[in-house]
Write a protein that binds this ligand. Structure first.
Ligand code: ATP
Length: 326
């Protein structure tokens, strides 16, 4: 019989990369689940940067009170180039040893998962939780923060629509998504956009302008075009569309307001379930996994496999957005 490993007793949690609404709810779930299971839990501030510098405090059930509904992350987040070097990783491993921390939960995007993988590869059990508004992590159907960001953008579209319709204009709304059209597709459908431009599909400006003109001829008083930031610049498109359609055109770049705000109920629930699952894995000394949501079930996947999955975009939803935008 092999020697049985004892359950883990001390874990750490950090947030890394871009902040996302719901990260606090995930931190809360990790802390409270760990305490419920009799573990000690440490909050690491400023992501891998803080980890390398020992910016660490023990957390208790009260330290995560009243954070569930708050945007951003109480642990702060950072981008830490030095962590990508062997020296940086060794520094982090030394700090973890000094604090007696045996396992780590990393809440962030795929860059953060590479950091989590690097720690796991060196024998330190680390679990990734997908927290990013971009919903660009292929292994999971949804990431923490996406639902909130989509709702925030939708609110903005509805407000912009009022003024655009009053002035009989076209408005290009630039949303986040450097490599992914996920936010653009979801908000184009929910916001009834007349056009959608995403990085995954080459834009047909002639068709777009033709549709705007046809819409106006049918009596439409406004047109909203959703543009994912990775597919072009709203200001440049504004000029082109105004010239070609002869309609007054404006551009709005939503920027960081898409990241902030109170998380939606869906994001709080997702974050709570994922945080709980991450602690269950660590409790059993399981590392090198990413917590995922599939068919509304919370599961986990090997980090290397998750990182190697080719990016794909939701063609079906894109088609739907195109069909409904006529
Ligand atoms: P978002 O999707 O919101 O941008 P992210 O987690 O992808 O989030 P990154 O800036 O790519 O954000 O990564 C966050 C941090 O993770 C980096 O600053 C770095 O400390 C660590 N990291 C990123 N890539 C790697 C890598 N290849 N190897 C080790 N660590 C990495």
């Amino acid at each position: 019989m092999g020697e049985e490993l004892e359950n883990m007793k001390k874990i750490g949690v950090l947030t890394s990369g871009g902040d996302a609404p719901g990260m606090n709810a995930a931190i809360r779930a990790v802390v409270r689940t760990a305490i419920y299971k009799g573990m000690k839990v440490y909050g690491i501030r400023r992501g891998f940067q803080g980890l390398m510098h020992g910016d660490i405090d023990q957390m208790d059930a009260a330290s995560v009170g009243e954070i569930r509904h708050r945007g951003g992350t109480i642990l702060n987040t950072a981008r830490a180039e030095a962590f990508k070097t062997e020296e940086g990783i060794q520094k982090a491993l030394t700090v973890l040893k000094v604090f007696g921390i045996e396992g780590l939960v990393v809440i962030g995007g795929d860059g953060s998962f590479r950091g989590a993988r690097d720690l796991s590869q060196r024998g330190f059990p680390t679990i990734g939780i997908p927290g990013t508004i971009d919903n660009d992590i292929v292994c999971t159907e949804v990431t923490i923060g996406f639902d909130t960001a989509v709702n925030t953008v939708l609110e903005a579209i509805n407000k912009i629509r009022d003024t655009v319709a009053s002035h009989e204009r076209t408005n290009i709304i630039e949303v986040m998504g450097r490599h992914s059209g996920e936010i653009a597709i979801a908000t184009a459908i929910a916001g009834g956009a007349e056009g959608i431009i995403i990085p995954e599909v080459p834009v047909d400006i002639d068709l777009l302008c033709k549709r705007i003109i046809e819409g106006r001829n049918r009596g439409k008083t406004s047109s909203i075009i959703i543009l994912a930031e990775g597919a072009g610049k709203a200001m440049e498109l504004e000029e082109i569309i105004e010239k070609r359609t002869g309609m007054e055109t404006r551009a709005t770049v939503l920027g960081y307001l898409q990241r902030g705000g109170s998380p939606s109920a869906a994001d709080i629930i997702l974050a709570s379930r994922m945080g709980y699952h991450a602690v269950e894995l660590l409790e059993n000394n399981i590392g090198n996994r990413v917590v995922i949501s599939k068919n509304n079930k919370i599961m986990d996947e090997d980090i290397n496999k998750a990182l190697a999955m080719p990016s794909k975009f939701n063609e079906e939803l894109f088609e739907l957005a195109m069909v409904l935008s006529i």
